[in-house]
Design a protein around this ligand. Structure first.
Ligand SMILES: *Cc1c(COP(=O)(O)O)cnc(C)c1O
Length: 432
């Protein structure tokens, strides 16, 4: 498989080069030259296939010759080694729980796959590669955990001191091994500025090998297709109708992966793009006009994105044909009040505890199903509610217990290095 840049000013590359580079030299996102169809009988077989086998079958055409079969099978097995249950919540609504991985968020899937691919590509390098990331909370934890213990890879994470939740901070600082947390005396923008500065510092870049674990990397984007297959397999076991799928969206990598699986042959009735107040894609779906806007802060803060990078991939997939996109995808913008009210109401009526991101999707899905009474749907629950305890406790009036998997991590000592928000401080650390 070859990948081209959506800006069309760079050469095509294979999966290996696309994964190592992250972004094309012309600044564009990489996109596969062809979208493979799933093999004949794949959908019928789905309920009987092992999750790792599904992952291998979906991803092998995209990886091509870049990773040998046995190695890719091992990577797939390690990527999806936790459950993806479809849990009934209300009549006609189920939640696909994507939070049973090590950092309790769906980003574990992409991060685990990418980290193992990069580990494989660096296996013969004598010099370790340093993954440098800035995080506002969720991404950094998934990346750190994904790379934990991967030989030949060092991870340096910058996070804003005092601005991540207790669970998130433990996930960044208590891992040890090849993961170092830099606690920046500043905000997320400071962290991002320092990282961008480092990547522009040619002298530093020539001394050591660096990579960014960017969310637009094809190795993070493509594996997200596999849990749509698990969802549909579980839904079809109950009824023959392809489900409506609602996706809480920010940068639109997750939804875009679902659309890719659909184009490859996965039966989905309709997609719902569920956004918070940052609603440029719902606005596009209504008007046909795309206009980026500055992001505004909301309760579902992992979706506070004003110019989603994966929107270009969605346009490309449908050859920029607005009517085709419109037919398959509806968009909703959900307010913080509606989000809180949804967490409260669903908890009262069903006992199910949504996180703010899942609640946005739940609200949007209900809205769609009301107008399509013959359908049933599922939402992707992208994070465990314990990651956003303030919003959830304010809505339900109850504390969210820390899940057993996390108890031992919560007991580990926090280890971080305090850093002034100045580039010289970061550079001195990286050159140590
Ligand atoms: C990152 C994130 C999202 C948004 O996913 P995109 O692929 O950027 O659209 C939604 N929910 C949670 C919990 C996230 O961490």
């Amino acid at each position: 498989m070859r990948y081209y840049s959506l800006n069309r000013q760079s050469e095509t590359v294979d999966f290996r080069a696309a994964t190592i580079a992250g972004q094309a030299p012309d600044g564009g996102l990489y996109f596969p030259e062809t979208i493979p169809r799933f093999p004949a009988g794949f959908v019928e077989q789905l309920p009987n296939l092992e999750p790792a086998e599904v992952a291998y079958m979906v991803l092998a055409p995209y990886v091509g010759e870049a990773i040998p079969e046995a190695e890719l099978r091992r990577i797939c097995a390690e990527t999806v080694n936790f459950p993806f249950p479809l849990v009934p919540v209300a009549e006609r609504i189920s939640a696909l729980e994507l939070f049973h991985g090590p950092t309790l968020a769906f980003k574990d899937v992409g991060a685990r796959f990418m980290s193992r691919c990069l580990g494989y590509f660096s296996r013969n390098e004598t010099q370790p590669v340093t993954v440098l990331v800035a995080t506002s909370g969720d991404t950094g934890g998934a990346v750190a955990s994904g790379f934990l213990g991967v030989p030949g890879v060092e991870v340096v994470i910058l996070y804003p001191s005092g601005r991540v939740s207790p669970v998130q901070e433990q996930q960044l600082t208590a891992l040890g091994q090849n993961v170092t947390a830099l606690e920046v005396r500043g905000n997320f923008d400071d962290c991002q500025r320092l990282v961008k500065h480092a990547f522009r510092d040619q002298e530093l870049m020539s001394q050591r090998r660096f990579t960014s674990a960017n969310s637009i990397n094809v190795a993070r984007w493509l594996p997200q297709q596999v849990y749509y297959c698990y969802a549909v397999a579980q839904a079809l076991a109950q009824t023959n109708e392809p489900p409506v799928v609602a996706v809480p969206s920010g940068n639109f990598g997750n939804l875009c992966a679902g659309l890719l699986a659909y184009v490859s042959g996965l039966p989905v009735g309709h997609f719902v793009a569920a956004c918070n107040a940052n609603a440029v894609v719902p606005a596009y779906l209504t008007s046909g006009q795309y206009a980026a806007r500055p992001a505004v802060a909301t309760l579902s803060n992992a979706m506070d994105v004003g110019d989603p990078s994966n929107f270009g991939r969605i346009l490309e997939m449908f050859r920029h044909e607005y009517p085709a996109i419109r037919e398959l995808l509806s968009g909703y913008s959900v307010t913080d009040q509606e989000t809180t009210a949804t967490i409260r109401r669903v908890h009262q009526q069903t006992g199910y505890v949504l996180d703010p991101h899942g609640a946005v999707a739940y609200f949007a899905l209900e809205h769609y199903l009301r107008r399509h009474p013959e359908t049933h749907g599922l939402l992707l629950e992208t994070a465990h509610p314990v990651k956003f305890p303030e919003a959830v406790e304010a809505a339900t009036g109850q504390t969210v217990p820390v899940p057993a998997e996390l108890q031992s991590l919560m007991q580990q000592p926090k280890q971080s290095i305090l850093l002034e928000p100045e580039y010289e401080a970061l550079r001195a650390f990286l050159e140590r």
